[in-house]
Write a protein that binds this ligand. Structure first.
Ligand code: FAD
Ligand code: SF4
Length: 341
């Protein structure tokens, strides 16, 4: 493990000051991503450091900031959750469940009790790739400054089935990110320039040839201070996942939805998102359009699932994900509307 400075800060201003980018930092040079890192629960970051994947000189401890932890009501009946709130607290909160069941369910499915009691909301949303080439200390793939993506021609059973023409084909693994996307939520981002709200839809970014390094739009020195989930009167939400193990495991595929039915039982509005099928939490807009104004019976849901994956492009070892994802799409909508599974 390399030497680093741990800075405990108690105010957002001190955190931003400690995260201030060095003068020579350029956004497209990935070294900034690793020079100074915010530290929350450390369940992801410390593993990266121990493996020698990144060698930050400075860690800025966000958990000592006063006021960044907690679940509270926001304006217009939105739900606000601070970045350093424990995932376990989100999972156990009746307030979260009543407002946005998908978020509580997504939190409940994160890893294990130990991870949920150590990991935070901000850390979950900003976690780095689980790709085994990325996580191996001895491999230097594109995302770590190398020249190629080893997964494209190599071992790719856990990787993307959408956006597989991107230079990096990692599968996004943030449980809370996919729930927030389906719920139309926002991330509150702090920087020395001030505060801004970024829709979950725009927070995650696909890898590009110029910048395959980042998974989010966070720029040098920016930190997430919390999330905001809007109220959607009359709608219901759900999150489900399928994993190889019943517990202590990442999802092979996960799904989140928010659905509103009209008086006749047809779908008035629906947002559908899935994770572990693309480098970012992925919105299934084709299925959403297909389902609008239709009654969500089993045949219609299966047809929507077929529509959703018509343009999936699996890699050599992961076509199985498409079959799983189609079944999960049907189930998650049924769960949200309370239909028999
Ligand atoms: C065994 C195991 C199983 C896991 N299973 C799952 C799972 O099923 N689902 C899932 O989603 N995740 C899973 N994780 C991943 C992850 O560790 C946890 O989800 C956890 O929420 C991360 O939060 P943390 O506070 O520990 O983050 P940290 O490790 O402290 O940080 C993670 C990353 O986010 C950055 N960061 C932290 N907070 C902020 C912030 N406020 N603003 C900007 N950047 C920030 C850090 O610099 C770091 O790069 C698992 C991890 C392990 C070790
Ligand atoms: S999928 Fe991304 S992280 Fe994995 S080997 Fe390819 S470039 Fe690296």
């Amino acid at each position: 493990m390399n030497r680093f400075t741990l800075t405990n800060v108690t105010t957002p201003a001190a955190a931003l000051d400690a995260m201030r980018p060095d003068a020579e930092v350029k956004p497209l040079d990935f070294s900034w991503l690793n020079a100074k890192r915010p530290l929350a629960g450390g369940s992801d970051l410390l593993a990266e450091i121990k493996e020698g994947i990144i060698r930050p000189g400075t860690l800025v401890n966000l958990k000592t900031i006063t006021g960044w932890s907690g679940i509270r009501p926001g304006a217009d009946d939105a739900l606000e959750i601070g970045a350093t709130t424990l995932i376990a607290d989100v999972a156990a909160s009746d307030v979260v469940r009543a407002h946005s069941a998908a978020l509580a369910d997504a939190a409940e499915h994160v890893g294990s009790p130990q991870i949920r009691n150590q990991g935070t909301v901000g850390g979950n949303l900003c976690q780095r790739p689980r790709c085994w080439y990325y996580r191996h200390g001895d491999t230097q793939c594109l995302k770590k400054g190398g020249v190629s993506c080893f997964a494209k021609e190599g071992e790719n059973k856990y990787h993307a089935v959408f956006a597989t023409n991107a230079p990096c084909v990692m599968a996004s693994s943030t449980n809370l990110g996919v729930a927030l996307l389906a719920l139309g939520g926002k991330l509150i981002v702090q920087s020395l320039a001030g505060e801004k709200a970024v829709a979950a839809e725009h927070f995650y970014r696909l890898p590009t040839a110029e910048d395959p390094y980042r998974e989010t739009v966070l720029e040098p020195g920016e930190i997430v201070s919390g999330i905001s989930v809007p109220e959607s009167a009359g709608s219901r939400s759900a999150y489900m996942q399928i994993s190889e193990k019943a517990d202590f495991d990442w999802a092979l595929v996960s799904a989140a939805t928010r659905v509103k039915l009209d008086g006749a039982g047809a779908i008035e509005n629906i947002a559908l998102a899935m994770n572990a099928i693309a480098p970012v939490p992925w919105r299934l807009t084709r299925a959403e359009e297909f389902l609008r104004d239709k009654r969500p019976d089993i045949e219609t849901l299966r047809a929507a699932a077929k529509e959703a994956f018509a343009d999936a492009r699996p890699l050599s070892q992961n076509a199985y994900k498409v079959a799983i994802a189609k079944a999960l799409l049907v189930r998650v909508v049924q769960r949200a509307i309370g239909a028999h599974l």
